[in-house]
Write a protein of this length. Structure first.
Length: 223
């Protein structure tokens, strides 16, 4: 049964996290890292998907220190608010909250993997290099991947990008990652834009989402 729980970050602050146990024999844990819009219906749906695939899943509410329970619509006002919260959330603070999720999942035994989307895609890439104890990471269309491409991952990691993403040049990200980390696969999905895993009608690309999830599940299962 999915529920909202509370975890303490590295600074002692208690933040909310959406948690769902594995619905099939447990393979391990997955930290699902939100887009800029908070723990909305799309993040919770993704938590459920991972639970159905055998992973205990948890999604931390990373903006709780700024606005507890924040969620926003996918419109200009929601975008503005989400960007402000993302920019106002220190990376080290976010890593501390992800570490709390890692420790929570590790207490239930097994590996812990990370998947993130948009803002969360950037954090998933950073976690792969900065957060010990992560078995594998999957980064979806993170805008900070290019600038941090020289970061050396400490675990297997893959990157997913939409070809038509107006804010992220897929070829430039691919080149930057390949130069610093040639063994990291970067997948470009033709015809898919930013947020293609999100099931909102204006962004969802079922073919790309299914293939990216298959690749991510394969990565996590092998970790």
């Amino acid at each position: 049964m999915a529920e909202m729980i509370k975890l303490a970050g590295a600074d002692g602050f208690e933040f909310a996290a959406w948690h769902e146990p594995a619905m099939t024999p447990r393979k391990g844990g997955v930290i699902v890292i939100q887009e800029i819009f908070g723990l909305d219906v799309h993040v919770r749906a993704d938590v459920e998907r991972w639970a159905k695939m055998g992973y205990e899943a948890i999604a931390p509410s990373l903006y709780d220190r700024r606005e507890p329970g924040f969620t926003a619509a996918h419109d200009p006002d929601g975008l503005k608010a989400g960007v402000a919260h993302a920019m106002g959330t220190p990376i080290d603070q976010a890593m501390g909250d992800l570490a709390a999720c890692r420790d929570f999942l590790k207490a239930h035994d097994g590996k812990v993997c990370v998947v993130g989307y948009c803002y969360g895609g950037s954090l998933a890439w950073l976690a792969a290099g900065r957060l010990p104890g992560i078995a594998a990471a999957s980064s979806y269309y993170g805008s900070m991947v290019k600038a941090n491409a020289s970061l050396t991952p400490a675990c297997p990691v893959i990157v997913h990008l939409g070809r038509t993403d107006p804010g992220i040049n897929a070829d430039e990200v691919t080149a930057a990652v390949a130069e610093a980390n040639p063994d990291v696969p970067v997948y470009i999905y033709e015809g898919a834009g930013h947020g293609f895993n999100n099931e909102s009608p204006e962004r969802y690309n079922a073919e790309a989402a299914d293939l990216a999830r298959h690749r991510t599940l394969e990565l996590f299962d092998k970790a």
